[in-house]
Write a protein that binds this ligand. Structure first.
Ligand SMILES: [Zn+2]
Length: 289
């Protein structure tokens, strides 16, 4: 199984379901997976799990988590059922993201497709042009998901050259990129420190919740790009968890003459897994989903 298989299966699953009401409840997906859902107060950081009761999968969701998080958990568990992947992350703390079982990443990718179906999401942003904090906020509320999940989905689906970066403490955890950025091999290295001069770096230094949008030089985020180009960065910092997210974008014209580098494209192939997950795994907590 690879990312393309997961996306294909997720879109096939979505296509088999009447999605008109999924922003209200996820029953159409639950029924299609022939599952049942129950809610219980689980241990802090434990989002949910699935067991078989008389041959039927029964999903248990942590009722103490936010409604958005509970929706993500239901879709993640449906992914386990539909893809036939066992949960394999019980012993691994979520901060060990790099070592997180690949099945869990597949299930997150699948869940993002269910919560924000490609066609519907794409239709919503088609006429919007450039993103704004208000737009991402309204997408998050419309699809009843988190701000980071909607931002990550925007970067993955838009025609604009666009990336969504998740920063955990001072370290870049992953970046999802739009097709146009992937085509030119634009690359943000995971596990590297948040760059000095970025909006994310400045907000984080303030050590309080904050958000800001501002133009920055492209070479702050993309080391191999020319210095005289500009990039927009919209960033949000969550002080309690020391997590920061940044949405980066520029005009189509600004990248039209950027050369495709073979090495960068090769690197992308290896990086393909960490995209589209769309959910921040909070550090220091066990997350048995
Ligand atoms: Zn799982």
């Amino acid at each position: 199984m690879d990312e393309a298989d997961v996306l294909w299966k997720a879109r096939q699953f979505v296509a088999s379901v009447d999605t008109s009401n999924i922003h209200v409840d996820l029953n159409a997906y639950v029924d299609a997976a022939k599952a049942k859902v129950g809610f219980e107060e689980l241990e802090d950081g434990e989002s949910g799990y699935t067991i078989n009761v008389k041959g039927q999968p029964r999903i248990t969701v942590n009722s103490l988590e936010t409604p958005e998080r509970q929706r993500f958990t239901i879709c993640h568990e449906i992914a386990h059922i539909v893809l036939g992947l066992v949960s394999q992350h019980d012993e691994i703390p979520s901060w060990g993201y790099a070592k997180r079982d690949i099945n869990e990443t597949w299930c997150d990718v699948f869940a993002a497709e269910l919560l924000m179906p490609y066609d519907i999401f794409r239709a919503k942003i088609r006429d919007e042009g450039e993103p704004s904090e208000e737009l991402i906020e309204s997408l998050a509320s419309e699809f009843r998901t988190s701000f980071p999940a909607a931002g990550s989905r925007f970067a993955a689906v838009t025609d604009l050259p666009c990336a969504f970066v998740t920063i955990d403490r001072s370290i870049i955890r992953y970046a999802s990129r739009s097709l146009s950025l992937r085509k030119i091999g634009a690359w943000i290295a995971p596990k590297s420190p948040v760059p000095t001069g970025s909006v994310a770096h400045r907000l984080r230094a303030d050590e309080v919740n904050g958000s800001a949008t501002q133009e920055v030089a492209q070479d702050i985020w993309f080391s191999d790009w020319e210095k005289d180009r500009d990039l927009w960065e919209m960033s949000r910092h969550y002080a309690r968890f020391d997590q920061t997210v940044s949405l980066l974008w520029c005009d189509e014209d600004d990248i039209s003459d950027v050369e495709v580098s073979r090495t960068r494209l090769t690197t992308y192939e290896n990086d393909g897994l960490s995209e589209l997950t769309g959910e921040l795994p909070w550090p220091g907590k066990r997350s048995r989903r």
